[in-house]
Design a protein around this ligand. Structure first.
Ligand code: UN1
Length: 508
């Protein structure tokens, strides 16, 4: 039996206290669009900038806490998230329509991230480096950057923010986090778990605000010198603006943007496995991961057979209530549904839709025994005959639509894979290791899967993209430490005289 919906009232939290709101936003359940999940008090640019000042104040003390002790706080966050995994996952399912099993996996990813970084508190290694002069010692240290402003999307409303929050806090930074408004309740719940683990007030602040107010608040904070790193996960278009803004103030941004992730299928591929991988990465999370499959690039000799099986699997895929055992639930929010409807207009007369009906699932266009019940449910779409100059081939479509095209040689497949100019994830299905390594070398993606889907990266490998997918920064694992610390070099001369580098180099 479904529980009666509860509308939560939530507001930004700055310095441990509820902050003022300038307007209200209603976060709704995309499976039942009239159901309000949370009434969200939205802050303005002043509150955002004030949060950054508060964070800067709090960061001074937080940086003095020994890193292993900060690691213990991260361990507590992990334990609290684990203890509350089911309720957090249920909330994610309710607020953004992510199937429950996936939502639980997303929460697991936070725990994995905490597991990794709690130990990093006892490492955060610097180095000792040989000097070119006698009686002189060289060292390197990792220093926190200061305050990180983190702006995240709502398709991974708790795991992806944690990829920023956990290492940033571990490294001794304070954070001002702006979650996506349509995932505000999930963000607020995550904030509370972090705060309950013993973070001092002001070290982590959560601000709900729309894009324009956030941008103005961030600009002011950068001018005031209270933000020293900007983390952004979202579209390439907005990422470019965020990167420009940070760059104008000589601060670096960690940008995790869109993708047009290709899957290459070689003639020697296990086609059953490839179909499974394409189904999951194309239509899992309703195609709304930055790592979702964009285009299948299949060898012409296996095209017909692959397409027949893929279309059959897509037609049979269960789309429906996200608390059931389904491949995908509804789209995240009305604005994504509107955009998705626009992508459907990119289908051209020379294309062939092989997956059955397109558009909204309704009583007149049902799926198996499911009619959509007023939610933002869409039929998954496979479009064959996509050409390299089609919009459908070149641009990211954040939703359940996958293009298919063919190739003759691996070099041609690699060229097609790189053509859209993104470079986040990619995949190749082959049983020949030589193909896998040639593809790895040629593809300009931050992540390469062999015989696996484009989505589903593990939380301790470098995650990030090139080209339109990001500015080359990498999250996760030890690699993200370079985002949240700055190297400091130290030299210590105990020779008792002035030794000049380059000029007093020791002779043999
Ligand atoms: C995203 O969509 O922003 O690799 C991140 C994956 C997930 C993360 C996706 N672990 O598909």
């Amino acid at each position: 039996m479904r529980r009666a919906p509860v509308t939560r009232q939530i507001v930004s939290v700055v310095g441990g206290k509820d902050a003022a709101s300038a307007s209200t936003y209603q976060s709704t359940n995309p499976a039942r669009t009239r159901e309000v999940v949370a009434s969200v008090g939205m802050a303005d640019a002043d509150t955002f900038a004030a949060a950054c000042r508060t964070a800067k104040e709090a960061q001074r003390e937080w940086a003095k806490v020994p890193a292993p002790v900060r690691g213990r706080v991260i361990a507590s966050i992990g334990r609290l998230v684990e203890a509350n995994a089911e309720s957090l996952a249920r909330l994610v399912t309710e607020e953004i329509g992510k199937p429950y099993a996936e939502a639980l996996g997303e929460v697991r990813e936070i725990v994995d991230t905490c597991d990794f970084f709690l130990g990093e508190g006892r490492r955060l290694y610097g180095q000792t480096v040989p000097s070119e002069m006698p009686d002189k010692n060289l060292f390197t240290f990792r220093n926190p950057v200061g305050v990180a402003a983190v702006i995240t999307a709502g398709n991974f409303p708790v795991a992806v923010p944690s990829w920023y929050l956990v290492p940033a806090l571990l490294c001794g930074n304070a954070v001002v986090w702006k979650p996506a408004e349509y995932a505000a309740a999930s963000g607020h719940a995550l904030y509370r778990l972090f705060a309950a683990a013993g973070l001092p007030d002001g070290v982590l602040n959560v601000v709900f605000a729309d894009g324009a107010e956030t941008f103005r608040g961030l600009e002011r904070a950068l001018e005031e010198g209270t933000v020293h790193k900007v983390g952004f996960t979202g579209s390439s278009e907005v990422g470019r603006k965020v990167g420009e803004l940070a760059g104008r103030h000589l601060q670096s941004a960690c940008l995790e943007l869109g993708g047009k992730n290709p899957m290459v299928i070689m003639p020697d591929a296990d086609l059953e496995l490839a179909v499974e991988g394409a189904l999951f990465s194309g239509f899992g999370t309703a195609g709304q991961r930055c790592t979702s499959l964009g285009t299948v690039i299949v060898h012409e000799s296996v095209h017909d057979e692959f397409l027949r099986r893929f279309a059959e699997a897509v037609r049979a895929a269960r789309i429906g209530e996200p608390d059931q055992d389904v491949l995908a639930g509804p789209l995240l929010d009305q604005k994504f549904a509107d955009r998705y409807e626009e992508y459907l207009t990119w289908i051209q007369p020379h294309h062939r839709v092989v997956s059955g009906p397109t558009g909204r699932v309704t009583e007149d266009s049902p799926r198996q025994d499911f009619t959509g019940e007023g939610g933002l449910y869409y039929h998954p779409v496979v479009v064959d005959g996509v050409r390299p100059d089609d919009r459908l081939f070149l641009e990211e479509t954040f939703g359940p639509i996958v293009g298919v095209t063919t190739f003759r040689t691996l070099d041609e497949a690699i060229e097609l894979a790189n053509l859209p100019g993104y470079g986040l994830s990619s995949s190749i299905y082959t049983t020949d290791a030589r193909n896998a390594f040639r593809f790895r070398e040629g593809v300009s993606a931050g992540m390469v899967s062999v015989n696996n889907s484009t989505s589903g990266a593990e939380a301790h490998l470098p995650f990030g993209g090139n080209g339109k997918s990001g500015n080359g920064s990498r999250q996760s694992g030890m690699w993200v430490l370079d985002q949240f610390t700055r190297w400091q070099a130290m030299n210590w001369d105990h020779s008792g005289r002035l030794q000049k580098a380059q000029m007093d180099v020791a002779d043999i």
